[in-house]
Design a protein around this ligand. Structure first.
Ligand code: ACM
Ligand code: ZN
Length: 765
C-alpha cells in the first residue's frame, strides 16, 4: 500500500458543522461484529449536504464506498473538505482502524485501505437503516459521537457457497459478497465444481460447459425419502469468464478474496460424464441427479494431471487469490483399487496403498500450483496418506484434522460441521424448511471458538480463522440461501472478528434485533428466531416443572394449558409451571401490544421415570450432548425429523449402558425408547437393545432378552422404536444395554467409520 501522509487542516469552518442538536445518545451503538473498544461521549455529529470529505489515494476504495453509500442511500453528496477525514496511522494493524467521531469531525485512521473500509462499515451501522434501501429523505443525519478502536481476532474470516448443487445469479453472488464485507469478513470460498454440476467456463474443454454443467433432473425432497422421485427438469448453467471477472472485481472493491474450489480427485462425476477417459474404467456415466458420494473419481493417469493443469491455468487467470482450494474430500477409492493405471502408479512411485495415492495426487497438484506462485487449501481428507508439504487444511469433520495439521506446522481453517454448517436446521420448530439434517442454532455458532483446546499457544498460531459453509443440495432458491445463512453468518462474523472477552450472547441478540432491521432494508430474507420460546423441564425434590424462556428479556411470554393458541389476553408467564400429569403447553412472545414470535407448543408425556436418577456409562459426544442424561427421562421426545435438538443424545460408535433408579419401587408395565437413523449423516439404529428390571435389593426380575432391530420398528421416516412389555413388575432399577450398529458398510457414506447412535426419551409406564 502506498504510504503517504495526508494533511488535514482543521479550519474555523468546522464549527459550522458541529452539533446542532441537544439530543444526547446514551446507548452503546449496536455494531456487529462487536468492536474491540467503543467509547461514547454523549454528543452527536451532524452530517448534511455541506459535509466535506478528504482522503489520500491509498484510501480510495473505502472513501469512495462511503461517498457512494451516502449518495445512493440518502442523497447526500459529500463535498471536498475535511470534516470527514481518512488518515494514515501505521501503528494500527493491517485490518484494524480507529473511528473517532466528535461533534466537529469524523476521523478514520487506518494503516491500510482495508482497515479504513472496516471503519466505514462501522460508521454505516451508526447511520439510519433507511440508507440501506435508499429511502433516507432526511438531509440532516445525526450520528452518535464515539471512538472505536478495532481489529480482527482472526485473519481468515470466511463464508462458503456451493453453486454446484444449485446455482444463483451473478447479482446474488454480489449480494452475498456485500454481506460478507458488511460483516468485516474477508474471504468467499466459492465451491464451483462438484458431481452435480460444473459451474465455471473453461475454454480448453468445452464439454465441461455443454455437458458437465447440466443434469437431466433433480431429486425431489430429502435423500432419505425413499423411493427417490425426480422433477424431470433439466437443471444447470455456469458462470462465464466475464461473470467471474465482474464478480472478482466487485469483491476486490470490498476487500473480499475469492478462493475458487475445483474439486479433485473425488466429487468429479460431472467431469467424467463428459470425459470418461479421465475415470479409471472409461465407463459412461451421467451428471448425477441426486446427492451423495460417487465412486467415479479422477484416475491417476498422466492424462488427468494434464487436464487439471490446463483447467487450473484458466482458473488462475481469473482468480488472483493466494489460495486455490482443490477439494480432496469424500473420495472413495474403489475405482483406484481396481485400476491398472492406478495400481501401476502405486508401484512406480513406491506407494503403499490408495491412501498414499491420494497424497500423491494432492501433492502433485500442490507442486504445480506452487510453481505458479499459489498455495493449496483442501478439506481435511488431504491428511490421508500424508499431507502435501505446503498445504493448508480446512477442517470440517470435527477439529481433529486441524489439530493434526497445526501440530505438524500447517496452517488451518476451522469449519467443523458441529458449529459451521449452515445447511443444518437452525431451530427445532417443525415448520423449518427442508434441510439436510443436523441442528445448528444461532447460539451454537456464536459460542464457537475456532482454536482447538488441544493446541498449545504456539500451535494455535497456525489457526488462520474459521468459515461458515453452505452446501446447497436442499437450497434451490436465493431466498432460501439467505434464510439458511442469516443470521448464523452474523454470529460467525463475531466468532472470527471479536475478542472472546467481548462476546456475550445476550448482548449479541440485542444488537442483532436492531441489525435485523438493516437486513430487512437490504431485502435479505433472514430467519428470525429471536422471539422463539425455549422450554425446559426442571426436577426439584422429585417434582417436575416446566420453565419457559425467550431470548429477549424485555418481552412478555403468554401461555395456555388448554390447547388454545395464546393471545394478548392469555396468562403472562412469570414462574415455572408444575407438571403432575401429561399436558400440552402453548406459549407466544409479545411486546406490550403485538405478537412477535410464532406459537411454541410442547407436549409433556408424564411417565414413571420422570424425576428418577439416570446414569450412563458413556458420555455423549460433546456436540450432541443435548440436555444431558436427564433429558432421556424428562417426558419430552426429540424431533421426529432431526437428531441435533436437545432431546437426542449422540454417541460415536460406543455401546451404552443406561441405569435408571426410580425414587421408589414402582409397578412397571412397559418401557419404550427410540433411535434415530440418518445414514447420510453416519447415524444408524443400534444392532440390538435389551431391557432388564431389578428390585430394591438388586435382584433381577427379568431375563435380559435382547431385541434386534428390524426395519418394521420404524415410527417415522428417521426414527426406530424399541419397546418391551412386562406383567406389572414392581421394580426399583431399570438397566438398558444398547449395542451400537458397528462399522458403516461399504458403499455408504462414512463407510468403514463407526456408526453413531442417537437415542431420545425412555418412557416408563
Ligand atoms: C464436505 O462437507 N464434504 C467438505
Ligand atoms: Zn485409475
Amino acid at each position: 500500500m502506498v504510504s503517504r501522509t495526508l494533511k488535514v487542516f482543521f479550519g474555523i469552518i468546522l464549527l459550522f458543522f458541529s452539533c446542532k442538536s441537544k439530543e444526547i445518545p446514551t446507548e452503546i451503538p449496536n455494531i456487529i461484529p462487536k468492536p474491540s473498544s467503543i467509547k461514547t461521549n454523549n454528543a452527536v455529529f451532524t452530517l448534511d449536504e455541506n459535509t466535506g470529505m478528504s482522503f489520500d489515494t491509498q484510501f480510495t476504495i473505502s472513501a469512495n464506498f462511503l461517498k457512494q453509500f451516502l449518495k445512493v442511500g440518502g442523497g447526500i453528496d459529500l463535498k471536498s473538505g475535511t470534516t470527514i477525514a481518512f488518515l494514515e496511522d501505521t501503528s494500527l494493524p493491517s485490518e484494524g482502524y480507529r473511528l473517532h467521531i466528535s461533534k466537529e469531525q469524523i476521523q478514520i485512521k487506518a494503516s491500510t485501505d482495508q482497515g479504513a473500509f472496516y471503519a466505514v462499515q462501522s460508521l454505516r451501522q451508526l447511520l439510519p437503516v433507511s440508507f440501506e434501501n435508499k429511502t433516507s429523505s432526511s438531509k440532516t443525519i445525526k450520528i452518535p459521537c464515539v471512538t472505536i478502536t478495532d481489529s480482527p481476532n482472526f485473519k481468515y474470516r470466511g463464508m462458503h457457497l456451493d453453486v454446484s448443487r444449485h446455482m444463483y445469479s451473478v447479482d446474488f453472488i454480489k449480494k452475498y459478497i456485500d454481506a460478507i464485507a458488511m460483516l468485516k469478513m474477508n474471504t468467499f470460498h466459492w465451491h464451483l465444481t462438484d458431481d452435480q454440476g460444473w459451474r465455471i467456463e473453461i475454454e480448453a474443454y468445452p464439454k465441461l460447459n455443454t455437458i458437465s454443467s447440466f443434469r437431466d433432473e433433480t431429486l425431489i425432497g430429502h435423500y432419505n425419502d425413499q423411493p427417490h422421485q425426480f422433477d424431470g427438469k433439466k437443471y444447470g448453467g455456469y458462470y462465464t469468464k466475464n461473470d467471474i471477472k465482474a464478480i472478482v472485481s466487485y469483491a476486490q472493491q470490498r476487500f473480499v478474496t475469492i478462493i475458487p474450489e475445483i474439486e479433485m480427485p473425488g466429487h468429479s462425476q460431472a467431469v467424467i460424464a463428459s470425459y470418461p477417459e479421465l475415470g479409471c474404467n472409461g465407463s459412461n456415466v451421467k451428471v448425477p441427479t441426486k446427492w451423495g458420494i460417487f465412486d467415479e473419481i479422477y484416475c491417476t493417469k498422466e492424462e488427468t494431471f494434464n487436464f487439471l493443469e490446463v483447467i487450473l491455468d484458466e482458473v488462475l487467470v481469473l482468480f488472483p487469490s493466494e489460495y486455490i482450494h482443490i477439494g480432496g474430500d469424500e473420495t472413495p477409492k474403489v475405482r483406484w483399487e481396481n485400476c491398472e493405471h492406478c495400481q501401476k502408479r502405486i508401484a512406480d512411485e513406491g506407494l503403499k496403498n490408495v491412501h498414499e495415492l491420494q497424497n500423491y495426487f494432492i501433492s502433485r497438484m500442490e507442486k504445480y500450483l506452487n510453481t505458479k506462485g499459489r498455495q493449496i487449501i483442501g478439506w481435511d481428507e488431504i491428511l490421508e496418506g500424508g499431507l502435501a508439504p505446503n498445504a493448508t487444511v480446512m477442517s470440517w469433520r470435527g477439529r481433529s484434522g486441524a489439530v493434526e495439521a497445526a501440530k505438524s506446522g500447517h496452517n488451518v481453517v476451522l469449519t467443523p460441521t458441529s458449529n459451521c454448517y449452515f445447511d443444518y436446521y437452525q431451530s427445532d420448530n417443525e415448520d423449518e424448511p427442508l434441510a439436510i439434517g443436523g441442528y445448528l442454532p444461532l447460539e451454537k455458532v456464536y459460542h464457537y471458538n475456532p482454536i482447538p483446546e488441544e493446541l498449545t499457544s504456539e500451535e494455535a498460531k497456525y489457526v488462520m480463522g474459521a468459515q461458515g459453509n453452505l452446501w446447497t443440495e436442499y437450497i434451490p432458491t436465493e431466498a432460501k440461501v439467505e434464510y439458511m445463512v442469516f443470521p448464523r453468518m452474523v454470529a460467525m462474523s463475531e466468532v472470527v472478528w471479536s475478542e472472546p472477552t467481548q462476546k456475550d450472547y445476550n448482548d449479541f441478540t440485542k444488537r442483532l434485533e436492531q441489525f435485523n432491521k438493516r437486513l430487512t432494508a437490504l431485502n435479505i430474507n433472514y430467519a428470525n428466531h429471536l422471539y422463539d420460546i425455549e422450554g425446559n423441564m426442571i426436577v426439584e425434590n422429585g417434582n417436575a416443572y416446566y420453565n419457559l424462556e425467550t431470548l429477549m428479556k424485555d418481552k412478555i411470554i403468554r401461555f395456555t394449558l388448554d390447547e388454545s393458541i395464546p393471545n394478548i389476553n392469555s396468562e403472562v408467564y412469570t414462574t415455572k409451571i408444575p407438571i403432575e400429569k401429561s399436558k400440552t403447553i402453548k406459549a407466544v412472545v409479545f411486546d406490550a401490544k403485538t405478537q412477535l414470535g410464532k406459537p411454541f407448543e410442547q407436549y409433556i408425556n408424564f411417565h414413571k421415570a420422570l424425576g428418577a436418577k439416570i446414569t450412563l456409562d458413556k458420555t455423549p459426544h460433546k456436540a450432541y450432548a443435548g440436555s444431558g442424561a436427564e433429558g432421556l427421562i424428562n417426558g419430552i421426545s426429540g424431533s421426529n425429523s432431526r437428531y441435533g435438538d436437545k432431546e437426542w443424545l449422540g454417541f460415536e460408535g460406543e455401546d451404552l449402558e443406561i441405569i435408571i433408579k426410580l425414587n421408589k419401587e414402582t409397578e412397571i408395565n412397559t418401557i419404550s425408547t427410540r433411535f434415530y437413523e440418518g445414514k447420510g449423516q453416519w447415524i444408524y439404529k443400534p444392532k440390538r437393545i435389551q431391557f432388564q428390571l431389578f428390585d430394591t435389593n438388586g435382584n433381577a426380575l427379568t431375563e435380559a432378552a435382547p431385541i434386534y432391530f428390524q426395519n418394521n420398528n420404524s415410527t417415522s421416516k428417521n426414527t426406530f422404536k424399541a419397546a418391551i412389555a412386562f406383567k406389572a413388575l414392581k421394580a426399583k432399577t431399570i438397566k438398558i444395554n444398547v449395542e451400537s450398529f458397528g462399522l458403516i458398510p461399504k458403499g455408504k457414506q462414512g463407510a468403514g467409520h463407526k456408526a453413531w447412535t442417537f437415542i431420545d426419551e425412555i418412557f416408563v409406564n
